[in-house]
Design a protein around this ligand. Sequence first.
Ligand code: FES
Ligand code: FES
Length: 155
Amino acid sequence: MKVHYKINEKDYSFEIHPGKVLLDVLRENGFTEVKGNCYMGTCGACTVIINGAPKTSCTVLAAQVNDAEIITIKGIGSVLKPHPLQEAFIKKGAVQCGYCTPGTILSAYALLQKNPNPTDEEIKRAIDGNLCRCTGYVQQIEAIKFAIKLLTEEK
Ligand code: FES
Ligand code: FES
C-alpha cells in the first residue's frame, strides 16, 4: 500500500507493507535520526511528533498514520542552526552517548509548544517515557529549563 506523510515540512509518499511500524518505514527511507531500541514502547528512543503529539514510532503502524504530519529531530534544528533545546542540551552536558537525545528533545519540544512555561514536575512528566542510561536526568531537566530561558530571550 501507499502512504503519504508530511515529514519536517516536506511531502513524501512511500510504498509500504501494511504490517510495518512507522519507526522502520522512517529509518528505511533515510530518517535514521529516529533511533530504535526496545521496539516495545518502553524506551522512548524512537519518539517523533505525530500531528503535534510525541509518540513512540515503534508502536504505531505506518498505515495507521497515513497523511500525518511528522516531525523528527532534524525538523526542529540543525548543526548550523540548532533549536534552543538542542543548544541547551549541549551547553548543559545533557548529551552523553546521545542515543536517547532525539526522543527526549522531541518530548520536551512538544511540551513547550503547548506549555511554554512548565513547572519542574511538568518537565519530568513530559520526559518520563524517555529512558536515559547515561545522564541521570538532572542535566536534561536543567537543559530544558535553560532552553526555556533562551526561548524567552528570543521573543
Ligand atoms: S524503540 Fe520505541 S520505545 Fe523503544
Ligand atoms: S545520553 Fe546515553 S542514553 Fe541518554
